[in-house]
Write a protein that binds this ligand. Structure first.
Ligand SMILES: Nc1ncnc2c1ncn2[C@@H]1O[C@H](COP(=O)(O)OP(=O)(O)OP(=O)(O)O)[C@@H](O)[C@H]1O
Length: 453
């Protein structure tokens, strides 16, 4: 892949030769003859790779001093030193000071190309690893300041250091896996793997292979999730959707504490903490005979509840801010300000898809507003119709369309839904709601009473 490379050398012949070879390889090259012109060039645009002469005659900073300067400002840009005869020792010390490698003059074209490609590849991998680490770290952050989130965080902190099996219960997209990852991250198992397995998406005949793996001498070599999670945590997502046969297999492992790999007779023992999750009411499923009661009791030693987003609307501004920063980091889109009107609509919406749906909408808003003036706030006209709806329908409300009603009833219906949404938005705080809607607190109380709220 073509990269932007800066060649710094006081000898014009060498500069042009190196730049020429790398240009022929398809890279974009720039040159500088001393430390100041190099720093100016870097300040204008940070190159992907720098080739730097060790001596740099007639320059304010020699090659090593310039290397120090570059490593201070841009520690991740790889620098390859160009050394002459008798300067190899200096080149070695340059590596200790952060240079990626060095090449000795006179050099062979192939060697120059090879060193540059390797330096570019290594720094690309480093960038990817840093990015991945950031993304993994993101999943451990449980954002939110509502009473419900504070309670959840508190429970997680208490449960994490124990070895108890946990069942995380909450609607789809509410953050069950995020909670499970937080439990793992705060436990003594944090340096061992967190293995996630969606039990519902695997057919019963495949389940055994995925969970137990195969004996190493078998036709298909597979390490099972249980072994992969050794000393760590196995997250069994959506246990309610597991077929009966799979439930039996999981129960057997929990009872025996050991298992056999597919195609093998040896008993394998692993040390794994199991966290499971469900979006469904398992007790009702047990009553209907669709879920094994004994398995439920073994999995749900400690139940942890993650509430729906509509029950903790105060968290929405924090989540929006968090997701905007995440989008900026992951996709390089410039950060934007979000208008108060947009936040008000987002807080009033019911979010059936919970945090995941909110995250997708924030990402969509950022993408749609990409070409706009960065100083202007994101406005409501970018929201999809179902979210921008000024009449969010609270659960159990009449679903009669407002246009089918006479004015008095339509006004009452609007007032009722508007006020319920605003109260929810302020977490049930009547004083703050009254202040926002522009009413006296006592008048708001009377209004709510007359509307039967
Ligand atoms: N409190 C939170 N703070 C920050 N991010 C969150 C929070 N809750 C959820 N998320 C993010 O929202 C997305 C959905 O969360 P997650 O996958 O944990 O939900 P889930 O309940 O396990 O979903 P499913 O029911 O589909 O398995 C993820 O990107 C997750 O990182």
């Amino acid at each position: 892949m073509a990269s932007d490379i800066l060649v710094v050398d006081d000898e014009e012949d060498i500069r042009e030769l190196v730049a020429g070879i790398l240009s022929d390889e398809g890279h974009e090259t720039r040159t500088a003859f001393d430390s100041d012109s190099a720093l100016a060039s870097i300040a204008e645009r940070v190159p992907r790779l720098i080739l730097l002469d060790i001596w740099l005659q007639g320059s304010r900073l020699d090659g090593l001093a310039l290397l120090d300067e570059i490593k201070t400002i841009h520690p991740n840009v790889p620098v390859v030193m160009i050394s002459g005869h008798g300067t190899v020792e200096t080149a070695v010390s340059a590596i200790k000071r952060g240079a990626y490698d060095f090449i000795e003059k006179p050099f062979k074209t192939d060697r120059l190309i090879l060193i540059c490609e390797r330096a570019l590849e290594t720094s690309k991998l480093r960038r990817e690893v840093t990015e991945l680490k950031k993304r993994t770290a993101d999943t451990f952050d449980l954002i939110g300041n509502s009473a419900a989130m504070n309670h959840l965080r508190h429970s997680i902190e208490k449960i994490a250091p124990t070895n108890s099996r946990v069942m995380v219960i909450g609607p789809s997209g509410s953050g069950k896996e995020a909670a499970a990852r937080a439990i793992h991250a705060l436990s003594a198992r944090k340096d061992a793997p967190f293995v996630s397995m969606n039990a519902a998406s695997i057919t019963p005949d495949r389940m055994e292979i995925e969970l137990f793996g195969t004996e190493p001498n078998g036709a298909e070599r597979k390490v099972g999730a249980l072994e992969e999670a050794h000393r760590g945590t196995l997250y069994l997502d959506e246990v309610a959707d597991m077929p009966r046969e799979t439930q039996n297999k999981i129960l057997r492992v929990l009872v025996d504490q050991q298992f056999e790999r597919v195609g093998g007779a040896k008993r394998v023992k692993v040390d794994v903490r199991i966290i499971s999750s469900t979006a469904q009411n398992l007790e009702a499923m047990i009553a209907e005979g669709r879920f094994r009661e004994d398995l439920y009791h073994r999995l749900a030693v400690v139940p942890v509840i993650v509430p729906a987003l509509s029950e903790r609307r105060e968290d929405i501004p924090y989540l929006v801010d968090h997701f905007m920063k995440q989008v900026v980091r992951q996709s390089g889109i410039r950060n934007r300000r979000i208008g108060d009107d947009v936040l008000a609509v987002l807080q009033a919406h019911n979010w059936p898809g919970n945090v995941r749906q909110l995250r997708n909408n924030v990402e969509r808003l950022m993408i749609l507003s990409r070409g706009d003036d960065v100083d202007a706030p994101i406005t409501t006209n970018l929201l999809p119709a179902e979210i921008g709806d000024v009449m969010p329908r609270a659960p159990n409300q009449s679903d009669q369309h407002i246009m089918a009603l006479p004015l008095r009833e339509a006004r009452e219906m609007f007032e009722k839904e508007y006020l319920i949404a605003q109260i929810n938005r302020f977490g049930g705080n009547i004083s703050r709601t009254a202040e926002f809607v522009g009413m006296e607190r006592s008048a708001l109380h009377r209004k709510l009473k007359s509307l039967g709220v």
